[in-house]
Design a protein around this ligand. Structure first.
Ligand SMILES: [Zn+2]
Length: 132
């Protein structure tokens, strides 16, 4: 992991909202249809809520019906890292922010776009910047 943004656990607790801390630093998953962005259709750049790195463009966002913000691809491929995640008795691909190591969500191969990918991302990991 190439974490250019580093902080201690206490610094992250001070910096983040509790639900952001749970998702970004503890790999929690917010309940479906509960987050701020799953039904958001605003235009802009979704940045990491932990460090501000540009992650996903609203142009790649689509309605997956899952209750989480879903994207067909990252805006900047190098900004997002993927890892095999064998937690909860499943084999999934976890997506993390390369800059701060924060947990974003998971990647699935049932997306509608040319990549076939569905990046299923927690709202708590994202901050929409409408002035990209
Ligand atoms: Zn980040």
């Amino acid at each position: 992991m190439d974490n250019s943004v580093e902080a201690t656990e206490q610094e992250w607790r001070d910096r983040l909202e509790p639900e952001q801390f749970e998702v970004l630093r503890c790999s929690a998953t917010e309940p479906a249809f509960s987050g701020f962005y799953w039904d958001c259709h605003d235009d802009g750049m979704y940045r990491c809520s932990g460090c501000g790195a540009e992650l996903f463009d609203s142009d790649t966002k689509f309605d997956s019906g899952t209750g989480w913000p879903s994207f067909s691809a990252p805006a900047v491929a190098e900004a997002v890292e993927t890892h095999e995640d064998r937690s909860h008795g499943m084999v999934r691909v976890e997506a993390t922010c390369k800059s701060c190591g924060g947990h974003l969500g998971h990647v699935f191969n049932d997306g509608p776009g040319p990549t076939g990918q569905r990046w299923c991302i927690n709202s708590a990991s994202l901050s929409l910047d409408s002035n990209r």
